[in-house]
Design a protein around this ligand. Structure first.
Ligand SMILES: *Cc1c(COP(=O)(O)O)cnc(C)c1O
Length: 426
């Protein structure tokens, strides 16, 4: 599409947008009495209008039924999480049995590493991307230490080549092949939180499997952002949070994926709890843990129903969008429009004021652009904020902007471009 840097062009795109009705499902934060331009869905997605009502409903069940709420009524809490699985399955490309909803993200990463990182004296190394989200770095460091290894030796970080910001798939595969003898696990983000690079998950998984190790992914910035096919890609395990692109509230509940091929694998360790026990015998309260079949067997604790209620409402909005492919179609256009506007500023000013470090190939990114400001980055960012654009700032010099197809408009993106242009001239 040939873009134009005018409000008229943007509102024309808005008028043609088949998903435009979805914005009214959300509460848009306000700035000086008007809708803010919210481009921070990569950090905390917006609140659906129906969320408060669903929480109130569950509070009502608690009030009227007390403990019987676990077993009574049309949505007994005991099985509440099962309602989330069909939409999650579509978002992630997984069977319902391969998914469960529980805990928080970093906790789930640890639990999955207990199962899928079982190093031996010879094979103990983990390959990951350099500059991964700090929580993932800390989780891996501490897991490696827990098994008696030195993180500096056991964790192999892959860096971009000199002068580049993102990783080449060929370099990832080469690192995997070069470390075959000592490798225990490949663990990557789906999309890197800083650069916005969408890694080639099937290629990474295949390369890991070719040398006999597991491939796992942290999908915090990926789930609900780009279409995924975890089952068909044969990913071994994955985890994500629900509060970024899935709009399920600050600190909202996380989820995990375990590929069906591991359901019968008794060699996988796990840190068990009663909620992961076979449902049919769970309330016999007997000695000896027997896992429920599927990802549910990784559950540990009693379901936090209020968090699940928030998640359920947010997933219902995904259903109204008609699936990830229609969301992706709009996301590609929104992001490309933002990219066009940013590049337009540099060409108007006759110099590269902004450098987008997110891949230019749309297949290799989601809804986020990470922009390095050549100078005055913080001043430019503050100008955006003062004028009602909510994005985020990542030290030392990156502005991340994330137009989300569920609630952002082309007009949001156009206004942001104009503000960036004004700020760059300051
Ligand atoms: C957002 C994010 C986290 C945050 O983890 P919590 O346990 O929810 O605090 C972890 N890892 C990645 C890759 C993230 O993007």
């Amino acid at each position: 599409m040939i873009f134009q840097n005018t409000p008229e062009f943007a509102s024309q795109l808005d008028a043609q947008d088949e998903l435009k009705h979805l914005r009214s499902e959300f509460i848009i934060p306000q700035h000086n009495g008007k809708d803010a331009i919210y481009l921070c869905g990569n950090s905390l997605g917006l609140q659906p209008k129906a969320t408060a009502e669903e929480i109130a409903k569950q509070m009502g069940s608690w009030a009227s039924k007390g403990v019987e709420g676990w077993f009574d009524g049309d949505e007994p809490w005991l099985n509440y999480h099962q309602q989330l699985k069909s939409t999650l399955g579509e978002i992630l490309g997984a069977n319902e049995q391969e998914i469960t909803v529980m805990n928080s993200l970093t906790v789930n990463l640890h639990l999955l590493l207990v199962s899928f990182y079982q190093p031996t004296a010879k094979k103990y190394k983990i390959i990951m991307e350099a500059g991964a989200f700090p929580s993932d770095q800390y989780a891996l460091e501490s897991q490696v230490r827990f098994h008696g290894f030195d993180p500096d030796d056991a964790i192999i970080e892959i860096h971009p080549r000199d002068g580049e910001y993102t990783l080449r798939t060929e370099d990832i595969i080469k690192t995997i092949n070069d470390n075959t003898n000592e490798l225990a696990l490949v663990l990557f983000a789906g999309i890197n939180y800083y650069t916005g690079q969408f890694f080639d998950m099937p290629a990474i998984t295949q390369a890991a499997h070719a040398v006999g190790v597991y491939a796992g992914f942290d999908l915090a910035h990926t789930a609900g952002n780009v279409p995924l096919h975890l089952h068909n890609w044969e990913v071994d395990f994955a985890c994500w949070c629900s509060y970024k692109y899935m709009n399920s509230g600050p600190g909202g509940i996380s989820g995990i994926f375990v590929h069906e091929k591991h359901f019968g694998n008794t060699k996988l360790n796990r840190f068990a709890g009663w909620w992961g026990n076979r449902r049919d015998t769970q309330f016999k309260m007997a000695k000896g843990f027997e896992p429920e079949r599927g990802a549910d067997g990784w559950q540990v604790s009693t379901s936090p129903i209020l968090l699940m209620a928030v998640h359920k409402v947010a997933l219902d909005v995904f259903n109204k969008a008609g699936g990830m492919l229609s969301l992706r179609k709009k996301a590609l256009l929104l992001t490309a429009y933002l990219e066009y506007l940013i590049n337009n500023i540099s060409s108007q000013q006759g110099q590269a004021i902004f450098k987008i470090i997110t891949p230019t190939n749309a297949e290799k990114r989601g809804s986020q652009l990470s922009i390095i400001c050549k100078e005055n980055g913080k001043v430019i960012f503050n100008y955006l904020t003062e004028n009602g654009v909510i994005g985020d700032w990542r030290e030392p010099d990156v502005i991340r902007l994330s137009p989300v197809p569920l609630y952002n408009t082309f007009t949001d993106v156009c206004k942001t471009g104009q503000l960036l242009s004004t700020a760059a001239g300051i």
